[in-house]
Write a protein that binds this ligand. Sequence first.
Ligand SMILES: O=C[C@H](O)COP(=O)(O)O
Length: 244
Amino acid sequence: MMRRKLVAGNWKMNGSLAALAELDAINDAADGGVDVAIAVPATLIHPAAARARFPIGAEDVHGADSGAHTGCVSAPMVKEAGASFSIVGHSERRQGQHESDADVKAKAEALHRHGLTAILCVGETLEQREAGKAEAVVTAQLRASLPDGASGDWLSIAYEPIWAIGTGKVATVADVEAMHAAIRAALAEALGVDQADSIRLLYGGSVTAENAAGLLHAANVDGALVGGASLTAAKFVPIIKAAG
Ligand SMILES: O=C[C@H](O)COP(=O)(O)O
Protein backbone atom coordinates (compact mmCIF):
# COMPACT_ATOMS: atom_id res chain seq x y z
CA MET A 1 0.00 0.00 0.00
CA MET A 2 1.22 3.51 -0.85
CA ARG A 3 1.16 5.70 2.21
CA ARG A 4 1.75 9.42 1.71
CA LYS A 5 4.55 10.76 3.85
CA LEU A 6 3.60 12.99 6.76
CA VAL A 7 6.03 15.49 8.23
CA ALA A 8 4.48 16.77 11.46
CA GLY A 9 5.91 19.42 13.76
CA ASN A 10 5.38 19.68 17.50
CA TRP A 11 6.10 23.09 18.96
CA LYS A 12 5.72 21.82 22.54
CA MET A 13 5.65 24.74 25.03
CA ASN A 14 7.27 27.13 22.56
CA GLY A 15 6.06 29.79 20.19
CA SER A 16 4.15 33.04 20.32
CA LEU A 17 1.96 35.13 18.05
CA ALA A 18 5.14 36.58 16.54
CA ALA A 19 6.45 33.06 15.80
CA LEU A 20 3.46 32.39 13.53
CA ALA A 21 5.33 34.30 10.80
CA GLU A 22 7.29 31.04 10.35
CA LEU A 23 4.13 29.46 8.94
CA ASP A 24 4.24 31.62 5.82
CA ALA A 25 7.37 29.98 4.40
CA ILE A 26 6.13 26.57 5.50
CA ASN A 27 2.90 27.18 3.54
CA ASP A 28 4.90 27.34 0.31
CA ALA A 29 6.75 24.10 1.10
CA ALA A 30 3.53 22.35 2.10
CA ASP A 31 2.09 22.48 -1.40
CA GLY A 32 4.05 19.45 -2.64
CA GLY A 33 3.50 15.72 -2.49
CA VAL A 34 4.10 15.38 1.25
CA ASP A 35 1.53 15.97 4.00
CA VAL A 36 2.61 18.67 6.45
CA ALA A 37 1.07 19.43 9.84
CA ILE A 38 2.09 21.31 12.98
CA ALA A 39 0.82 20.89 16.54
CA VAL A 40 0.99 24.14 18.49
CA PRO A 41 0.18 25.23 22.05
CA ALA A 42 -3.58 25.52 22.63
CA THR A 43 -3.40 29.32 22.78
CA LEU A 44 -1.99 29.46 19.25
CA ILE A 45 -4.34 27.03 17.51
CA HIS A 46 -6.83 29.65 16.38
CA PRO A 47 -4.40 32.18 14.89
CA ALA A 48 -2.17 29.44 13.48
CA ALA A 49 -5.09 27.73 11.73
CA ALA A 50 -6.08 31.06 10.20
CA ARG A 51 -2.59 31.55 8.81
CA ALA A 52 -1.53 28.04 7.74
CA ARG A 53 -2.64 26.35 4.52
CA PHE A 54 -1.89 22.94 6.08
CA PRO A 55 -3.41 21.20 9.13
CA ILE A 56 -2.81 22.74 12.53
CA GLY A 57 -3.29 20.55 15.56
CA ALA A 58 -3.23 20.42 19.33
CA GLU A 59 -0.48 18.79 21.37
CA ASP A 60 -2.90 17.00 23.68
CA VAL A 61 -6.60 16.76 24.51
CA HIS A 62 -8.57 15.34 27.43
CA GLY A 63 -10.50 12.10 26.89
CA ALA A 64 -13.77 13.70 28.00
CA ASP A 65 -15.69 16.30 26.01
CA SER A 66 -16.26 18.69 28.94
CA GLY A 67 -16.35 18.74 32.73
CA ALA A 68 -14.40 19.51 35.87
CA HIS A 69 -10.87 19.15 34.51
CA THR A 70 -9.12 22.42 35.34
CA GLY A 71 -6.43 23.36 32.86
CA CYS A 72 -7.39 20.79 30.23
CA VAL A 73 -8.87 21.24 26.76
CA SER A 74 -11.14 18.78 24.96
CA ALA A 75 -11.32 17.51 21.39
CA PRO A 76 -14.42 19.61 20.52
CA MET A 77 -12.70 22.68 21.99
CA VAL A 78 -9.57 22.37 19.89
CA LYS A 79 -11.72 21.55 16.88
CA GLU A 80 -13.70 24.75 17.35
CA ALA A 81 -10.42 26.65 17.60
CA GLY A 82 -9.39 25.29 14.19
CA ALA A 83 -7.40 22.13 14.97
CA SER A 84 -7.87 19.15 12.70
CA PHE A 85 -5.72 16.73 14.71
CA SER A 86 -3.93 16.25 17.99
CA ILE A 87 -0.91 14.42 19.30
CA VAL A 88 -1.76 12.01 22.14
CA GLY A 89 0.48 10.00 24.43
CA HIS A 90 3.63 12.03 23.96
CA SER A 91 6.26 10.78 26.41
CA GLU A 92 6.46 14.26 27.92
CA ARG A 93 2.83 13.76 28.99
CA ARG A 94 3.09 10.06 29.81
CA GLN A 95 6.06 10.83 32.08
CA GLY A 96 5.51 14.46 33.13
CA GLN A 97 1.74 14.25 33.63
CA HIS A 98 1.57 10.54 34.56
CA GLU A 99 -0.77 9.65 31.72
CA SER A 100 -1.58 5.95 31.39
CA ASP A 101 -2.15 3.87 28.27
CA ALA A 102 -5.88 3.92 29.11
CA ASP A 103 -5.81 7.74 29.21
CA VAL A 104 -4.09 7.84 25.83
CA LYS A 105 -6.62 5.43 24.32
CA ALA A 106 -9.50 7.59 25.61
CA LYS A 107 -7.90 10.74 24.17
CA ALA A 108 -7.48 9.15 20.74
CA GLU A 109 -11.07 7.90 20.79
CA ALA A 110 -12.30 11.38 21.75
CA LEU A 111 -10.53 12.80 18.70
CA HIS A 112 -12.12 10.21 16.42
CA ARG A 113 -15.56 10.87 17.92
CA HIS A 114 -15.24 14.49 16.87
CA GLY A 115 -13.84 13.87 13.41
CA LEU A 116 -10.24 14.81 14.22
CA THR A 117 -7.18 12.76 13.39
CA ALA A 118 -4.61 11.56 15.91
CA ILE A 119 -0.87 11.02 16.18
CA LEU A 120 -0.37 8.48 18.96
CA CYS A 121 3.15 8.34 20.42
CA VAL A 122 4.97 5.36 21.88
CA GLY A 123 8.59 4.94 22.92
CA GLU A 124 11.02 3.34 25.33
CA THR A 125 13.48 4.75 27.86
CA LEU A 126 17.23 4.30 27.52
CA GLU A 127 17.19 1.89 30.43
CA GLN A 128 14.57 -0.28 28.72
CA ARG A 129 16.55 -0.27 25.46
CA GLU A 130 19.80 -1.18 27.19
CA ALA A 131 18.00 -4.04 28.92
CA GLY A 132 16.95 -5.40 25.50
CA LYS A 133 13.29 -4.69 26.19
CA ALA A 134 12.61 -1.88 23.71
CA GLU A 135 10.37 -3.81 21.30
CA ALA A 136 8.43 -5.54 24.08
CA VAL A 137 7.85 -2.23 25.90
CA VAL A 138 6.79 -0.32 22.79
CA THR A 139 4.46 -2.98 21.42
CA ALA A 140 2.84 -3.46 24.85
CA GLN A 141 2.34 0.31 25.08
CA LEU A 142 0.85 0.31 21.61
CA ARG A 143 -1.56 -2.56 22.27
CA ALA A 144 -2.79 -0.94 25.48
CA SER A 145 -3.25 2.54 24.05
CA LEU A 146 -4.59 1.56 20.60
CA PRO A 147 -8.03 3.17 20.20
CA ASP A 148 -11.12 1.22 19.15
CA GLY A 149 -11.75 1.61 15.43
CA ALA A 150 -8.08 2.32 14.69
CA SER A 151 -7.51 2.94 10.99
CA GLY A 152 -5.12 4.85 8.80
CA ASP A 153 -7.95 7.20 7.83
CA TRP A 154 -7.55 8.99 11.12
CA LEU A 155 -4.64 7.50 13.07
CA SER A 156 -0.86 7.65 12.77
CA ILE A 157 1.62 6.16 15.22
CA ALA A 158 4.82 8.01 16.16
CA TYR A 159 7.72 5.96 17.49
CA GLU A 160 9.74 8.26 19.69
CA PRO A 161 12.55 6.69 21.70
CA ILE A 162 12.64 8.86 24.81
CA TRP A 163 16.45 8.98 24.86
CA ALA A 164 16.43 10.52 21.36
CA ILE A 165 14.01 13.37 22.13
CA GLY A 166 15.68 16.77 22.24
CA THR A 167 19.04 15.16 22.91
CA GLY A 168 20.66 15.22 19.49
CA LYS A 169 20.96 11.42 19.77
CA VAL A 170 19.17 9.81 16.83
CA ALA A 171 18.19 6.17 16.58
CA THR A 172 20.01 4.38 13.79
CA VAL A 173 18.09 3.64 10.62
CA ALA A 174 18.45 -0.07 11.42
CA ASP A 175 16.95 0.40 14.90
CA VAL A 176 14.07 2.46 13.51
CA GLU A 177 13.35 -0.12 10.80
CA ALA A 178 13.37 -2.94 13.33
CA MET A 179 11.02 -1.09 15.68
CA HIS A 180 8.67 0.00 12.91
CA ALA A 181 8.48 -3.58 11.64
CA ALA A 182 7.59 -4.71 15.18
CA ILE A 183 4.93 -1.98 15.42
CA ARG A 184 3.49 -2.94 12.03
CA ALA A 185 3.34 -6.59 13.10
CA ALA A 186 1.62 -5.68 16.38
CA LEU A 187 -0.91 -3.60 14.45
CA ALA A 188 -1.54 -6.47 12.03
CA GLU A 189 -2.18 -8.80 14.95
CA ALA A 190 -4.64 -6.35 16.50
CA LEU A 191 -6.37 -5.03 13.38
CA GLY A 192 -5.62 -7.34 10.47
CA VAL A 193 -3.06 -6.74 7.76
CA ASP A 194 -5.08 -4.30 5.63
CA GLN A 195 -5.89 -1.89 8.45
CA ALA A 196 -2.35 -2.18 9.80
CA ASP A 197 -0.94 -1.31 6.39
CA SER A 198 -3.10 1.81 6.18
CA ILE A 199 -1.57 3.37 9.32
CA ARG A 200 1.38 5.72 8.93
CA LEU A 201 4.35 5.12 11.20
CA LEU A 202 6.35 8.26 12.00
CA TYR A 203 9.76 8.45 13.62
CA GLY A 204 10.47 11.20 16.15
CA GLY A 205 13.60 12.08 18.08
CA SER A 206 16.17 14.68 17.06
CA VAL A 207 15.15 14.68 13.39
CA THR A 208 17.03 17.43 11.52
CA ALA A 209 17.67 18.47 7.94
CA GLU A 210 20.92 16.51 8.12
CA ASN A 211 19.50 13.12 9.13
CA ALA A 212 15.97 13.37 7.69
CA ALA A 213 16.56 11.84 4.26
CA GLY A 214 18.00 8.59 5.64
CA LEU A 215 15.24 8.19 8.22
CA LEU A 216 12.35 9.20 5.99
CA HIS A 217 13.18 6.74 3.26
CA ALA A 218 13.77 3.77 5.56
CA ALA A 219 11.45 0.75 5.36
CA ASN A 220 8.13 1.25 7.16
CA VAL A 221 8.89 4.92 7.91
CA ASP A 222 6.02 7.04 6.63
CA GLY A 223 7.07 10.36 8.07
CA ALA A 224 8.52 12.20 11.02
CA LEU A 225 7.36 13.95 14.18
CA VAL A 226 9.74 16.85 14.60
CA GLY A 227 10.18 18.89 17.76
CA GLY A 228 12.97 21.47 17.93
CA ALA A 229 13.56 21.62 14.18
CA SER A 230 9.89 22.49 13.53
CA LEU A 231 10.15 25.85 15.28
CA THR A 232 11.60 27.70 12.31
CA ALA A 233 10.90 27.42 8.60
CA ALA A 234 14.66 27.43 7.97
CA LYS A 235 15.01 24.12 9.80
CA PHE A 236 11.61 22.56 9.04
CA VAL A 237 11.32 23.16 5.30
CA PRO A 238 14.43 21.09 4.43
CA ILE A 239 12.92 18.18 6.36
CA ILE A 240 9.70 18.46 4.31
CA LYS A 241 11.81 18.51 1.14
CA ALA A 242 13.80 15.47 2.29
CA ALA A 243 10.53 13.53 2.56
CA GLY A 244 9.54 14.27 -1.03
O1 LIG B 1 7.31 15.40 19.25
C1 LIG B 1 8.48 15.53 18.89
C2 LIG B 1 9.53 14.81 19.53
O2 LIG B 1 9.40 14.75 20.90
C3 LIG B 1 10.90 15.06 19.02
O3 LIG B 1 11.47 16.23 19.55
P1 LIG B 1 12.90 16.69 19.00
O4 LIG B 1 12.79 16.70 17.51
O5 LIG B 1 13.10 18.06 19.58
O6 LIG B 1 13.88 15.67 19.48
